[in-house]
Design a binder for this molecule. Structure first.
Ligand SMILES: [Fe+2]
Ligand SMILES: [Fe+2]
Length: 243
């Protein structure tokens, strides 16, 4: 059982057990879905490890001053809010019952993350007033993630690339932020691991044909390219701020 501030995450409303037994691959050149998922995640991890510092993390692995921390919190609040919006919009078009229940829980989680991040901003005397996203963030988070054609394409991009990237980004930031923000990230990370597990379950269950695996790969790698540009845009914003 994972505990977050004394609250059992398994006791959250809408909590479900994910069944990650892989389905059989079609006889059309498709890989075994488990081997496909593991290969894809390994490829993504290798690509991420090879990135220049400014694309590999928020703040290029360096300590963040308060102005940089505020910029990250604002980006993160906007991202969590948008995630709750686009995942919520998918619910009416998710016929796969288990994925539907897990995505419904995820909407609740992302809304909770938004509130947690906003509390950190408020503690620093900040609001989102007048804040505007970079064009790269709009292309990545408000256009690409919501645009998948079906559950598999949506969850592939967001719950594989997006959630692995979000968890990696937060783990990378942990040693560089003040204790209050560390505690906030500690409340968010267990949920992000559940979202990653949902991506895995969905691929294992539904990426069973060569065409579906091709579409999953395209969405995973497309999201990764946009994540790189998004992080580089954060760096550009910070440079302009501190110039
Ligand atoms: Fe989140
Ligand atoms: Fe998430």
């Amino acid at each position: 059982m994972t505990l977050t501030d004394g609250v059992a995450t398994s006791a959250l409303p809408g909590d479900i057990e994910l069944d990650d037994a892989p389905a059989a691959a079609a006889d059309d050149g498709a890989l075994d879905p488990k081997a496909f998922y593991e290969g894809l995640v390994a490829e993504l991890a290798a690509a991420r490890a090879a990135l220049p510092d400014d694309e590999a993390s928020f703040g290029a692995h360096k300590p963040l001053d308060t102005a940089e921390l505020v910029e990250w919190l604002k980006f993160q609040a906007w991202y969590e809010l948008n995630a709750a919006h686009f995942i919520g919009a998918w619910l009416a078009e998710t016929p796969e019952t288990e994925v539907f229940c897990a995505l419904a829980r995820q909407v609740h989680d992302e809304a909770r993350h938004y509130k947690i991040v906003m509390s950190q901003l408020e503690a620093l005397g900040e609001t989102m007033d007048g804040w505007e996203p970079e064009p790269e963030w709009v292309a990545w988070i408000q256009e690409f993630y919501p645009a998948g054609d079906d559950t598999l394409e949506r969850v592939a991009a967001h719950n594989i690339t997006g959630e692995l990237g979000a968890a990696q980004g937060m783990e990378d930031l942990l040693p560089r932020v003040p204790p209050g923000v560390q505690k906030a990230i500690g409340k968010i990370l267990p949920d992000e691991r559940f979202h990653i597990a949902l991506g895995r379950t969905t691929v294992l269950r539904y990426a069973t044909t060569a065409d579906r695996q091709r579409r999953v790969r395209e969405r995973v790698m497309g999201a990764f390219a946009l994540e790189r540009s998004g992080r580089a845009a954060y760096e550009r914003r910070i440079e302009a701020l501190t110039a």
